[in-house]
Design a protein around this ligand. Structure first.
Ligand code: 8YV
Length: 324
């Protein structure tokens, strides 16, 4: 029987390529793959292993007549056209769970960095603690403060677990009213924003969460409160955030994700005050990236072998994806 063709559109270690090559004919694309390279490779692909930062749009799926599985490296799938994939019987897979702890850890690191003015203090120390400069202002304790968690899914819950251990009070909001401990549930996003000393975002990006935190929402936050975003940049209306930071309407923000990644050199967020920026490293630990890769490969190989994959976001596509 013919071996399925698997297109590998992200940089992979040799062992990973060998594992896939044991079951498939492998076509490895240069990184980052150009659109033309993707189009060319998709003509014969049955499986595609790709970064979730590479858009896989309906027009690309149209030139992939044999495709059965789109295995994304990452939990988010906002850059994949899942509707178009489902219509074509293509299973879309992702890597949930294995990265929740890493993202929750980074969220706490950012929260602590804001609370303890870590970067200002580090810069001051590196200057040699100069007597001519006043030291950075005092920080604040996490204990006793209220953390507002927007999106109480796997990552939101992992953050809540950590924050409780720091003595924080939790308020969460989610469109699913049973997503977390009922005693900690905020009746609305507005009440969460008004009450929280720190707000952290853990929703996925979809049409209902794009721009969820805009001018109106930022205005509801306390002027002493901070915002942490390790979800997707577009959940926050970035121009409104820049304006709020400039006007001191909130005290600070820490962003692992931006509306446009990487940002343009003249992106105003790069010069906004009281903001910590990271280059989208929520899952960037060796153990987590290895577990994500393992799961993404298992998803790919399972569908190509006619087995139900461990993590599929459109199970309704599976009957067709597994049959061919
Ligand atoms: C990045 C993430 O995608 O999993 C996600 O959705 O945002 C991160 O893990 C990572 O850069 C892998 O591409």
């Amino acid at each position: 029987m013919d071996r399925p063709v698997a297109v590998l559109a992200l940089p992979l270690p040799e062992e990973a390529i060998s594992r896939i090559a044991a079951a498939c004919d492998v076509r490895s694309l240069p990184w980052p793959p150009s659109r033309a390279e993707l189009i060319h490779a998709l003509a014969e692909a049955e499986g595609l292993l790709v970064s979730n930062q590479t858009p896989i749009t309906a027009d690309l799926l149209e030139v992939a007549p044999r495709l059965r599985v789109l295995s994304g490296f990452g939990v988010g799938y906002d850059l994949f056209d899942v509707g178009a994939a489902t219509a074509r019987g293509v299973a879309v897979c992702n890597t949930p769970d294995v990265l929740s702890d890493a993202v929750a850890d980074l969220t706490m690191a950012l929260l602590l960095a804001l609370a303890r003015r870590l970067f200002e203090n580090a810069a001051y120390a590196r200057e040699g603690w100069p007597a001519r400069l006043p030291p950075p202002p005092l920080g604040w304790d996490l204990r006793g403060k209220t953390l507002g968690i927007v999106g109480m899914g796997r990552i939101g819950r992992a953050v809540a677990h950590r924050a409780r251990a720091f003595g924080m009070r939790i308020r969460w909001f989610d469109i699913r009213p049973d997503a977390g401990d009922p005693s900690e549930r905020a009746p609305s996003l507005a009440s969460l924003l008004a009450e929280a000393d720190a707000v952290t975002l853990h929703v996925d990006l979809n049409p209902s969460t794009a721009g969820l935190i805009g001018e109106r929402e930022l205005a509801l936050m306390k002027p002493t409160a901070v915002l942490v975003n390790t979800s997707r940049g577009a959940v926050v209306d970035q121009p409104s955030l820049v304006a709020a930071l400039r006007a001191g309407r909130i005290a600070g923000a820490a962003l692992d994700v931006l509306e446009t990644e990487p940002p343009a050199p003249d992106d105003p967020i790069l010069r906004a005050p009281n903001v910590i920026l990271l280059p989208h490293v929520g899952s960037a630990t060796a153990e987590t990236r290895a577990a994500m890769l393992d799961l993404a490969i298992e998803n790919l190989l399972a569908v190509l072998a006619g087995r139900v994959p461990p993590a599929c976001v459109n199970p309704e596509a599976l009957p067709r994806a597994l049959r061919r």
